[in-house]
Design a protein around this ligand. Sequence first.
Ligand code: 5AD
Ligand code: SF4
Length: 472
Amino acid sequence: MRTETNINEQEAAKQREIMERLKVRLAKKSEELGRPLTYCSVCFGCQMNAKDSEKLEGILETIGYVRTESEEADFLIMNTCTVRENANLRVYGRLGQLKKLKKKNPEMMIALCGCMMQESLVVEKIKQSYRHVDIIFGTHNVFKLAELIENKLDSKGMVIDIWEGTTEIVEDLPSDRKYDFKCGVNIMFGCNNFCSYCIVPYVRGRERSRKPEDIIDEIEKLVSDGVVEVMLLGQNVNSYGKTLDEPISFAELLKRVEQIEGLKRIRFMTSHPKDLSDELLEVMANSTKICKHLHLPMQSGSTKILSDMNRRYTKEDYLALVDKIKTAIPDISLTTDIIVGFPTETEEDFLDTLDVVRKVRFDSAFTFIYSKRTGTPAATMEFASTEEEIKERFNRLLHEVQEIAKETCSKDEGKTMEVLVEGLDEQDESLLTGRLSNNLLVHFPGDVSLIGTFQNVKLSEAKGFYYIGELV
Ligand code: 5AD
Ligand code: SF4
């Protein structure tokens, strides 16, 4: 376990030096080959992983790799997720296929990183069965990619560097932002909640908050670079700041972020219901920049299951919290995560989940079938229901959630609202796609020059989970 101070500037300087060396070395290689060296970046999982991938891509671009979407690249990096078993299976499937590509291009390097690599059994399996992997690292040392590539170029074997944990935060390294006008900003890392089904605290380590002044600095730089919307990222943003030498609340941080001139929209993810404060609701209600959207994972509606999950709130607590939120911010959009088939869940418990879904009327819900994660407390619990019963419950929940979301999401039909134009519609390139404050998408005719700007759009037709609109 490392115990360095919070921000490690020396480390960042060291990495920048390595990047300079590699740049020269890879330029030579590219000259010998008579073509640019390419990289392909594959990312599974959550917003935290997406943010890490931007950092990895920033390093790769700095040392001279050119991005390609094809896996036939000189450098392939896969940032993995392990929150559910099928995420792991997808990685093994992809690795099998990559073996053939590597035979075709012996220059190819394959790197694996992210949450799945923090599990020792996974690394053992890769060492034994996937010898064509070149570099393995985890969630705590993303900033070290250049150094690991240099090590690989200087050695024959697999380079493996997994840290069990860290108290260190290395900043000020390049990042290849996906959008010019919006950006995710880490405000904290790790999680201390140990929900009994969840592997995240084991693979992302203990909760660490960044200092408010570093966060503000980063956002100010982003804004001067053209960013108008930020998404503050953390596994449990509501407990932000508690571990700092000078503790501050998440609500206080939001107030400071709000003051940044030029910044137009603030989002954040994820809120744990047990830590959501009245102060936060007050700040949200009075803010002109904080988007009217809360992602508030409920996981289950049964007090018994919530207790077995170690969520530290009851069904009644959750419902009372939702009431309080809706009173404080009437036009709020609420979204959630729900797990079906937690080992001890019975039909009666599931009916409690359906009951909460019907009472709250979420704008959308991510629904998951419980997936056993070895090493977590729930992994040793006996199942109270069969697989068929769980699948049937899952389908019932999905149907309910979708029917309600269709209605809830249509409530603004006919109104004119402001969107941030994000890009071309993926299905129909004659349309633009914009995002409302409440996180819903609107597709409407318009010119590409509007991308990155705010526009007023009439929400002409509700389509369930999105709108078709027109510029006004
Ligand atoms: N099985 C199923 N879903 C899970 N999640 C976390 N761990 C598991 C698991 N073992 C879900 C939770 C969480 C979301 C990110 O993933 O709903 O909020
Ligand atoms: Fe996992 Fe619970 Fe932490 Fe979320 S709050 S990352 S579900 S342990």
